[in-house]
Design a protein around this ligand. Structure first.
Ligand code: RFL
Ligand code: PHB
Length: 393
């Protein structure tokens, strides 16, 4: 076994892991990223497309916003459309004075990889059998690369290895509390090389939700709610487009430019939080500690706010000799996480048809929407929640 030492081992090289490595590198804190897949595999996963104001600020602050500012699009909010009811715009600009950004997770991943490569950061891709050891005392991470077993000794382990990674599982069951809601439907998403609709648009329809998203002037992303039991093979492009167009109001359906999908994927919806986010010298960040359904566009943004809190805590520890932020990391990050869980759950409930619902549920849903249409305080509250809470001091 080959043994080496660093200060912080980051398990997982998704957006949370690479962003954490990038920021720690800028603070001069030695770290290594250990990722199971190849960079190409990680970068090919099509996911988020909406960046909160705070996420965009974090990218700017750390020299990663050049491409977003050039090729991304600042947006004033998102649109909700509703079968037989007026449209509603979640007006971030009006109620918060701030904007969000249309910018893809895959581009951020590419820029992070390029920045880390340029700075000579330690990124170990295609690492097999990654395991965490001795977390409360003398932590280390082992892995196998090209048939050779390695051990990385460290001061801290940051678990940024997503929902299925080993980090959360390393926290004993009698310490870990998990809160979960699994939804009885999925989102089927497609990517198409056609100009998008002007607005990110969530559509409520009695057949199920539909959504229009965007990546750039020639790349659109669309989603439809499907039963959990459906498979991608059940959804040839023709069926997808017919479903999407039926669920959108006529004025928007007529603007959608259809075409052959270049990617198609299915995601079950889940709300999940694991508490606490720290155990001994292990800290969880991003999807490793929590999952939101995509309806609020919060997953990547939460991963980045965790990374903000965790990088500040490690900087304080190494550069200022204070452990205050390490001690409060879990509690502080969880406050923001639960706020995002809350809005993601409420938007999911508002916009989807649940297979087991009764007419009462539909009446409540319509009443929730009518409240939004008619109440400025409700509009203002939703705008603040969709924008995302500010990072805590
Ligand atoms: P990731 O991206 O899952 O990365 C975790 C990394 O850990 C690696 N890993 C391991 N490495 C070593 N050893 C092991 N044993 C390992 N096991 C796993 C994995 O290979 C992977 O590279 O987690 P991270 O970094 O926390 O980032 C989270 C975000 O990716 C996620 O929250 C968002 O994509 C969620 N999401 C959205 N978020 C937004 O903020 N705005 C959106 O508009 C948005 N849209 C979406 C979304 C997620 C979606 N899906 C597919 C779930 C739309 C969809 C459809
Ligand atoms: C996306 O751009 O893929 C996207 C945007 C907003 C959401 C979910 C997904 O709520």
């Amino acid at each position: 076994m080959k043994t080496s030492k660093t200060k912080v081992v980051i398990v997982g090289g998704g957006p949370a892991g690479l962003m954490l490595s990038h920021i720690l590198g800028r603070y001069g804190i030695d770290n290594a990223v250990v990722e199971r897949h190849s960079m190409e595999h990680v970068a090919s996963r099509i996911r988020a497309g909406v960046l909160e104001y705070g996420t965009a600020q974090l990218l700017k602050e750390h020299g990663l916003a050049e491409r977003m500012l050039r090729d991304g699009k600042a947006k004033n909010g998102a649109l909700i459309v509703w079968e037989n009811r007026p449209d509603f715009f979640i007006d971030l600009k009006k109620w918060t004075g701030k904007q969000m950004w249309a910018w893809g997770q895959t581009y951020i991943q590419e820029d992070l990889h390029a920045a880390l490569t340029a700075s000579g950061a330690q990124m170990i891709h295609e690492a097999a059998d990654v395991a965490l050891h001795d977390i409360t005392d003398d932590p280390s991470v082992t892995y196998v690369k090209d048939g050779v077993r390695h051990q990385l000794k460290c001061d801290f382990i940051c678990g940024c290895d997503g929902f299925h990674g080993p980090s959360r599982q390393a926290i004993p069951l009698d310490v870990r509390r998990e809160y979960e809601r699994v939804y009885p439907f999925a989102w089927l998403g497609i990517m198409v090389e056609r100009p998008p609709l002007e607005n990110f648009t969530y559509a409520y329809h009695s057949d199920g939700m539909a959504m229009a998203a965007q990546r750039n002037p020639m790349l659109s992303r669309y989603y439809v709610q499907t039963p959990l039991s459906d498979r991608i093979e059940d959804w040839p492009d023709d069926r997808f487009w017919a479903t999407l167009l039926r669920r959108l109001p006529e004025n928007l359906a007529s603007q959608v430019q259809t075409g052959p999908s270049i990617e198609k994927s299915m995601a079950p919806l889940r709300s999940f939080v694991s508490e606490p986010l720290r155990w001994g010298k292990l800290f969880l960040a991003g999807d490793a500690g929590h999952i939101v359904p995509p309806t609020g566009a919060k997953g990547l943004n939460l991963a980045f706010s965790d990374v903000f809190y965790l990088s500040r805590a490690l900087r304080s520890h190494y550069l200022e000799g204070s452990d205050h932020y390490l001690e409060t990391y879990s509690e502080m990050a969880l406050r923001r996480i639960w706020a995002s869980e809350n809005i993601s759950w409420r938007l999911t409930k508002l916009l989807h048809v649940f297979p087991d619902e009764v007419p009462f549920d539909q009446k409540i849903r319509e009443s929730d929407y009518d409240l939004l249409l008619g109440s400025e305080p409700a509009q203002q509250a939703l705008a603040h929640e969709y924008l995302g809470l500010p990072f805590e001091e």
